[in-house]
Design a protein around this ligand. Sequence first.
Ligand code: G
Ligand code: G
Ligand code: MN
Ligand code: NA
Length: 252
Amino acid sequence: MMLTNRLRRGLERGEFYLYYQPQFAAADRRIVGFEALLRWNSSDYGFVSPARFIPLAEQSGLILPIGQWVLQEACRFARRLADSGQEHIQVAMNISPRQLMSEDFVACVRTSIEAAGIKPGQIEIEITESVFIESMEDSVHKLCQLRDIGVNLALDDFGIGYSSLTYLRSLPVGILKIDKSFIDKISSDEVQLQVVGSIIDLGHTLGMSVVAEGVETEEQLAILTKAGCDHIQGYVFSKPLAEEAAMSLLKQ
Ligand code: G
Ligand code: G
Ligand code: MN
Ligand code: NA
């Protein structure tokens, strides 16, 4: 059977689940959010990496029902956070270009928020720069609608894509996530450090908050904190966690 059929069946059988990676404030190391990351434990293949199955899901169109499931599941987690007195902690999720381009995407987000009984500000939607290549106008229109509802928007993997400074300014996005590849060398490469510092300043100039992804060492963390980076995500603090582990981290 083809992998796409297995994907479809996996969704029906409940083989997908979300892991949650904490994001914390550089200034005081308090948890400010979690990024939801999709995982698949296939009855046929065992654990399959999202790097492998997400592209297939995108090509086959299965990313639409899978993405819908992610949206509902992430909203349910946000509800659980609110119920435990942690309403201020945001739940970020990754949205594929194809999902954003679907006609009813904004309505789906709105419905999921209402069904879960959460505030729109509890969730964050991560998009990548590639969405703007295919349909700049439509994407910006939908993102404006989401922003107006109160949903937080983040530009993921920033730096490796196609963003021109001209359009970055015109995007209704409040959060910039610096791609891991920029973070990797900041403790050994002075130029790389300056580049990351400039990205942080650029984000702040545009009124955005800046998240560094893939931060692995205390040294990187210290450098980023000094450079004014707002939020940190990476193994230095925590790997992505199962839901119960994420909840218990909050109690510590
Ligand atoms: O967690 P991990 O490093 O294995 O994720 C690999 C890639 O899969 C990342 O680029 C991430 O953005 C993507 N990804 C993880 N979860 C989702 C999801 O729910 N939807 C989409 N579209 N992409 C996801
Ligand atoms: O959505 P995005 O492409 O940003 O996905 C984030 C990916 O980065 C996830 O697959 C997550 O597991 C991974 N990740 C998060 N923190 C670290 C880290 O510190 N080191 C490495 N190697 N990967 C990380
Ligand atoms: Mn992401
Ligand atoms: Na990223």
